[in-house]
Design a protein around this ligand. Structure first.
Ligand SMILES: [Zn+2]
Length: 456
């Protein structure tokens, strides 16, 4: 049965409370309720997700328990989940999970029955996932079977909706931070396996128990691999705020993967970025899995699964993307823009913004339900904003300004307007707003008056 939390008002159909009036504090950052084909829907505040996975050569056998808090009165609660559960129970009773698409780019959410606000509920699910689950062309390799051994990685991606944690278990939009526990059972596999994972890892009789505290849907990172097929290297980066151990692994048959070179480059990148932008935010380890044949590489909190060519780019994301993180996918273009400016073929370039060309749209509207839609523009045209600021104010001053933003926002979630405001006030320069308008928001002409509440 649902628990009625202390201090919450009881159901009252005439009263409309704002999001987050009874929650753990994440709902005020959530997008507001939205109309859907199934009526108004609103995000829940996930408290915790505990998932158990038995890994076999035939795929994954999954059970997952999510505890969630309902915040809205007049909207059905939704969360994200890609698998179709064979069995679903809400507070112990069987429940039908409906699906609906909200926003553009489309984000598919799972819709729960209407529930009283300020009540906590338990959703229990079970399902199996085949080794080729969700593997599309150009996608990261997530599961591969080698004889009686298995490679299985979180394999998250941010180029399209539904490719974060909800690929594996109940999850939520990016605003939400929740506890994740993942028990991995490899007892059905032959031969020893090993794991590379962020968070807390504890060995168990069957495999490992992993835990991440108040993490974001794009952050949990794990890779398991047959020990006999795994090569490794490590190095210690002596950063100003303390040593960070770089651990690099790859499959031995991945011809392009050079773990020694990767470790050396990771050490250099961590040293450069921490000196330039501020302290590394993810403890005393940085983890790298090289899959050099992959077309897509991905950043996590203090980790990456990457091709050789993207190592520096993904490490820079531990400052912009996973140090300071976007509150919604809509704002993710900022991470690619800053990171590309720092790690491109022409890093830290200073080039005037070509205001006589057509405006670029990197951020469409302000619908924070929208899923990610990464394209070349975010990298190439996004970075031109910072090239333009560097042309106006100097490269060193631009690095300093971005570092100050990172230090202020590390561990928190930002919107693109937060960076726009920070840079405008830092330089006392409304050209920054012109640059964001022309290169990201797709708007013609110079900006109007500076918002009155900025720079105070
Ligand atoms: Zn990137």
């Amino acid at each position: 049965m649902p628990l009625l939390l202390l201090g919450c008002p009881g159901p009252d159909p005439d009263r409309r409370e704002p999001s987050g009036f009874c929650g753990s504090g994440d709902l005020p950052q959530a997008p507001p309720p939205v109309d859907s084909a199934l009526g108004p829907v609103a995000p829940v505040d996930l408290q915790s997700v505990h998932t158990q996975v038995r890994v076999t050569t035939g795929g994954l056998e999954v059970t997952s328990t999510a505890t969630l808090l309902v915040g809205e009165r007049d909207a059905r609660p939704v969360l994200e989940l890609r698998p179709d559960p064979a069995e679903a129970r809400l507070d112990g009773a069987p429940v039908a999970l409906e699906r609906v698409t909200v926003s553009r780019p489309g984000r598919e959410v799972v819709v729960l029955p209407a529930l009283d606000p300020c009540t906590e509920h338990v959703l229990e699910l079970s399902y199996t996932l085949a080794p080729d689950w969700l593997l599309g062309e150009g996608d990261q390799t997530r599961m591969e079977v080698y004889g009686e051994g298995v490679f299985w990685a979180a394999g998250l991606e941010d180029d399209a909706p539904g490719k974060f944690l909800s690929m594996w278990m109940p999850s939520n939009l990016l605003f939400d931070r929740f506890d994740v526990a993942l028990d991995i059972d490899v007892s059905a596999l032959a031969g020893p396996h090993e794991i590379l994972a962020t968070g807390t890892t504890v060995e168990t009789d069957a495999g490992w128990s992993l835990e991440w505290d108040r993490t974001l849907a794009h952050s949990p990172y794990w890779v398991i691999s047959p020990t006999a097929l795994t090569v490794r290297a490590s190095r210690v980066a002596a950063l100003e705020d303390g040593p960070v151990t770089v651990e690099v692994r790859a499959l031995s048959m991945d011809d392009g993967a050079d773990v020694e070179e990767a470790a050396e480059r990771a050490e250099a990148a961590l040293t450069e970025f921490s000196a330039a932008f501020g302290p590394y935010h993810h403890g005393d380890r940085y983890l790298v899995w090289i899959r050099d044949e992959q077309q897509s590489s991905m950043e996590y909190d203090g980790a990456t699964l990457t091709a050789m060519g993207a190592i520096e780019h993904e490490i820079m994301h531990s400052w912009f993307a996973r140090g300071a993180a976007p509150v919604a996918d809509l704002h993710g273009w900022v991470d690619e823009a800053v990171t590309s400016w720092v790690t491109d073929i022409l890093p830290y370039r200073a080039v005037p913004i070509p205001y006589d060309t057509d405006p670029m749209v990197l951020q469409v509207g302000d619908d924070e339900w929208a899923g990610p839609e990464l394209g070349v523009g975010q990298y190439v045209f996004g970075s031109s904003i910072f090239a333009g600021i560097a042309d106006a104010h100097g490269v060193d001053a631009t690095v300093e300004a971005l570092g100050a933003f990172y230090v202020a926002w590390a561990g928190r979630s930002y919107r693109s307007a937060d960076l726009e405001e920070h840079l405008t006030c830092w330089f006392d320069d409304d050209e920054v707003r012109h640059a964001f308008r022309h290169r990201a928001y797709g708007l013609e002409g110079p900006p109007g008056p500076r918002p009155f509440h900025w720079c105070r």
